[in-house]
Write a protein that binds this ligand. Structure first.
Ligand code: ATP
Ligand code: MG
Length: 285
């Protein structure tokens, strides 16, 4: 059966829930029966549950057609796959950290020192680019304890809030890379599989734009209506309907989540009332 798209998803861990959530937002129903794999009931999609480390290789070899993996793993494994979408979750950075009591003097601090990491490929590239000679100690987990036990002077690891570093007496001194989840694909998909992927990407984009935007409804006095419309770009242009109360109009539009508080303050200044802001489930533009 070739006309089914096979997706590799992290079996358990930080990417699993968001990856499954993404498929759900795309309207794809997956029974949670299988441990290793399951099949969607309403889209030709087969889901493989794997360790995230293995996903780039499985996709490169065509065992899976597509996969969701952190940019950090994608770069570390350096397999021949293409990035087809950035779904917008699992944002983190890969940083160098040292003991809190050390005085940091810039990247040269690491010259001749030992750095523990699970990302030797990315770290070596970074050090080479910066012209720093340090030795890279590859360990597979709990990197943050390395300085405390005398294994290395520095660590190179994933940081999001910095609380793990803090708990281990470390401080972040350099950010080498910003990472987020990626949807990757095999480089030689058949036409049928590419068509399925295009359908999936269309749904992902619709779910993504829905999340980035809000539906806004408000009542506007007609004498400031033009100012208010100027604040609301809308998808094409805002919808304006007369209210039963003469002198007022009802305005409907879509605004970007990021602009939303700023715009709302300006709308209130212009006399807008009864402002409702609603989530959008899907948005096809
Ligand atoms: P596996 O058992 O599948 O190998 P893992 O332990 O290697 O899992 P996780 O800790 O589950 O990996 O992290 C998976 C991915 O999630 C990371 O490669 C990274 O891209 C991202 N990630 C890790 N930590 C964070 C964080 N604190 N915040 C946001 N994203 C993160
Ligand atoms: Mg892993």
């Amino acid at each position: 059966m070739s006309n089914i798209l096979k997706i590799a998803i992290q079996k358990s861990g930080r990417l699993n829930e968001k990856s499954m959530g993404l498929l759900k937002e795309c309207g794809i129903k997956i029974s949670n029966g299988g441990k290793l794999m399951s099949i969607a009931s309403n889209f030709p999609l087969e889901v493989f549950y794997l360790r995230d480390d293995d996903i780039p290789q499985y996709v490169a070899e065509g065992v899976a057609d597509i996969g969701i993996v952190g940019e950090n793993e994608y770069l570390e494994k350096d397999q021949l796959v293409k990035i087809v979408n950035r779904p917008g979750f699992s944002k983190c950075r890969l940083s160098l950290a040292i003991k809190r009591e050390e005085e940091y003097t810039g990247l040269q601090w690491f010259e001749g020192k030992k750095i523990a990491t699970s990302y030797p490929v990315i770290l070596k590239k970074f050090l080479e680019q910066k012209g720093v000679n340090a030795s890279v100690e590859e360990i597979s987990g709990s990197v943050e304890i390395a300085p405390g036990i005398g294994l290395a002077e520095g660590v190179f690891d994933i940081v999001s809030t910095g609380s793990t570093l803090l708990a281990n007496g470390l401080k972040e001194v350099e950010v080498a890379l910003r990472s987020e989840a990626l949807l990757i694909a095999n480089e030689d998909l058949t036409l049928e599989k590419q068509n399925l992927l295009d359908r999936l990407l269309f749904r992902i984009e619709a779910a993504k734009s829905a999340k980035q935007n809000k539906y806004i409804l408000l009542n506007a006095p007609n004498d400031t209506l033009q100012d208010i419309l100027g604040l609301l770009p809308g998808m094409r242009s805002p919808t304006v309907l007369p209210l039963a109360d003469k002198g007022w109009s009802s305005v409907h539009s879509v605004i970007n989540e990021d602009d939303f508080w700023e715009v709302i303050d300006q709308l209130k200044e212009k006399g807008a009332e009864g402002i409702l802001v609603c989530p959008i489930e899907k948005m096809i533009v």
